[in-house]
Ligand binder design. Structure first.
Ligand code: BMA
Length: 395
């Protein structure tokens, strides 16, 4: 069918790549086909993950949890444990980890997860065919303070800036770490493969609490930082097991969402973090609208939409899982095409002396509803995943 003439192809910087992967479809708009990834040299498993996640979106919503294997509300660092599994019978489909601390001297992550152990858990999750996503609460490179130290820093670490080399050293450490994430290949004796990770640096950029956020760096500075980071890791350090995830905090319009967006050639996943419109069912309409906006923005670009962080601390509503989260997702036929939702970490009470958790544990008042959530046909935990790392046959 002559539905996608060359004239219809975009003329952006990404055009040559986009052109390669646009396919004609009968009756509808051109459908993106094949992996139009940020990294044309991505490993086979990384490309497969991208294609499979994109295809699965709409059929299933994957459930994710931050630091799931490292600690839970009543334990810390006990192999095999997971509050999610102990409550619902399966590990989560998506494992979130944070590499904040990697820029320091060999210490653990900012949430006390040693990187040797984190590497083990990442590869363990991958071997079960779970999905891995990494955020980075990166220290302020100018002051050495935390990610929440909003002293101006972005210009200083861009090429030509006083702290540029300092920053590339941190990226070198990240490159070393991410390319050390290895697991056995598919067939016996096939050697090792790099574990694909969905990397989500400089997150919640529309918020004002991180040094890379709104008010502390202009949209242009942010985009330059993002693009430099992609190009440095991909082209200089030859990191090829990464999908790139952009994420804002909550937002009011598609235009607002895109304000700091680095561009289609630099982003594989369009995400947002929402701890606000998910608090009660009363804001369901707003929650669904945000999901819908991100799904539409991602689909229009052949990318993957994600609710990259969400949850309500300590889950005070015993019906939150189905009554607020799932009901919101299902309330809209577009919103429900979100690829995954990830709830934040279950801080260990013994270590942190506070109830800072976002998934239930056995005995928690929302545990029964969490099981109902898991049993919903739209929701997938790890034990219900197809093999996302196997390239699907060409259509
Ligand atoms: C925040 C809190 C902090 C934590 C940080 C990075 O939301 O959970 O305690 O250090 O995320 O994981």
């Amino acid at each position: 069918m002559e539905r996608c003439s060359k004239r219809a192809l975009p003329r952006s910087a990404a055009a040559p790549l986009a052109a390669l992967f646009l396919a004609c479809s009968a009756g509808g708009p051109p459908e993106p086909r094949g992996p139009a990834l940020v990294d044309p040299g991505a490993t086979a498993e990384t490309r497969a993950l991208f294609v499979n996640l994109r295809r699965l979106a709409g059929k299933a919503v994957l459930f994710g949890h931050q630091d799931d294997l490292a600690y839970g509300v009543h334990w810390f660092n006990q192999p095999g444990r997971s509050d999610v599994k102990e409550t619902a019978g399966s590990y989560p489909a998506v494992y979130g980890w944070d590499v904040g601390g990697l820029e320091g001297d060999a210490g653990p992550s900012l949430d006390a997860v040693g990187f040797e152990r984190q590497r083990g858990w990442i590869t363990e999750g991958y071997r079960r065919r779970g999905v891995v996503t990494l955020s980075w609460h990166m220290r302020n490179p100018v002051t050495g303070g935390t990610a929440w130290d909003t002293t101006q820093a972005v210009v200083a670490i861009l090429p030509g800036g006083a702290q540029h080399e300092h920053y590339t050293l941190w990226l070198d450490r990240f490159a070393e770490y991410v390319t050390s994430l290895r697991a056995p290949g598919r067939e016996d004796g096939a050697g090792e493969v790099l574990v694909p990770v969905i990397f989500r640096p400089f997150h919640e950029t529309s918020g004002g609490w991180f040094w890379w956020g709104a008010r502390h760096a202009t949209a242009d500075e942010y985009r330059r930082l993002w693009r430099f980071t992609v190009e440095y890791l991909r082209d200089q350090r030859e990191v090829h097991n990464v999908l790139w995830a952009y994420s804002t905090d909550v937002f009011d319009s598609k235009e607002a969402y895109l304000e700091r967006y680095p561009g289609d050639a630099y982003v594989d996943v369009l995400g947002f973090d929402d701890y606000q419109s998910v608090r009660t069912p009363a804001t369901r309409g707003l929650f669904a609208r945000r999901l819908r906006d991100v799904v539409e923005l991602a689909e229009a670009r052949g990318k993957i939409p994600a609710l990259s962080e969400t949850g309500v601390e300590a889950v005070p509503d015993s019906l939150w899982w189905t009554g607020t989260l799932l009901a919101g997702i299902k309330s809209d036929s577009v919103a429900r095409r979100i690829a995954w939702v990830l709830v934040w970490r279950n801080a260990s009470f013994e270590r942190e002396h506070r109830y800072h958790f976002f998934a239930p544990y056995p005995g928690h008042p929302s545990a029964a509803d969490f099981v109902r959530f898991r049993e919903d046909s739209l929701v997938r935990f790890e034990d219900e995943l197809p093999d996302l790392y196997l390239a699907p046959p060409s259509p």
